[in-house]
Design a protein around this ligand. Sequence first.
Ligand SMILES: Cc1ncc(COP(=O)(O)O)c(C=O)c1O
Length: 364
Amino acid sequence: MEGRNRRPLVFGAPAGGMDGSSPRRATARCCRSQNTMISLCDLKPALAPLRADIEAAIGRVIDSGWFLRGRETAAFEEEWADYCGQRYSVCCNSGTDALTLAAMALGLRQVTIQANTLPLTGLGLHRAGAAVHLAEIGVDGHLLGPDEDAVPVLLYGRLPSAAESSALLFDAAHAHGWRPPSQAAAAWSFYPTKTLGAFGDAGSITTNDPALADEMRKLCGRDDLLQDRRQLTSRMDEMQAAVLRVKLRHLDRWLAERQDIADRYADWLAPFGLTLSGSSMHHLYVIRTDRRDALLHFLEAHDIHCKVHWPQGLHRLPGPWSALGEFPNTDAWCDTVLSLPCYPGLALPFVDEVSQKIIEWIEL
Ligand SMILES: Cc1ncc(COP(=O)(O)O)c(C=O)c1O
């Protein structure tokens, strides 16, 4: 249940500057050369120092002449389970497949998900044969009154609310570094931009239940036998596993960097009431403002790349789900969220610059 590097961000709380002074008086040392974009996410700085290790790992796979269902995947499964504090990890082709495999193995007939997630959560669960119901969120963005069928999505890396914590399955695609509660299975995505990202598609489910892990291995269709008539062909390849094994060794450091970035944004922006409350693994650093689109355009005009995760709730999109009732909180959420640049290797003066631009916009 505990996430690593947890430090609460208090919504709207007064905060001191980095040097103990008012953050608004602190001067950012801008090291951006002209016409350089500040990206939402740039994978290159974190990868550069790992290049030799990654090339060696890929070389090891090539030399082995073994590309699927091999030692790298088996080793990564052990290492990832251990990192997550769970006994088993079953690797597969994507986070969407991870949701499908977990829901199939758990035999879920009904699931409830929050409407402010992305379609892949709903699609992954629906493919398992579950009826997907959309639920409204609270003003804090978490599932409102989660029922026993809830599959909470740990959006942006935010840790589950107390009410969400008893769920049996989590969409943890954004929450690398979080340790799932002992009763739960967690579906992970290693999509390249995720906090732990592969060099292509990859995913995993972690669990403490040996029977569930066994069932999921059969459902992955790992060999050329028919193990289960519902099985998918969903494997992680050896290259991805080898790359992920190298990157996993740096994950704690990257999470700490994300926390530093988040703390810095909070120093600047919490006094303006823009930041979200609660603990997070900070896969994304998200703020909220009523004039979100105007701010997005202002930042784009200053070569600062931001993004909306996501502009519409699932209740507004056609898909294999049902939505009952009204979703005013979800609509308000989707109209106001904005993800700011946040990735390991993003220098803090850039965070200062983004924050100062936002404050400049507020004060226009
Ligand atoms: C919250 C969430 N769930 C599930 C997925 C699906 O993961 P994948 O793209 O690996 O299939 C994503 C991917 O972006 C995601 O953000």
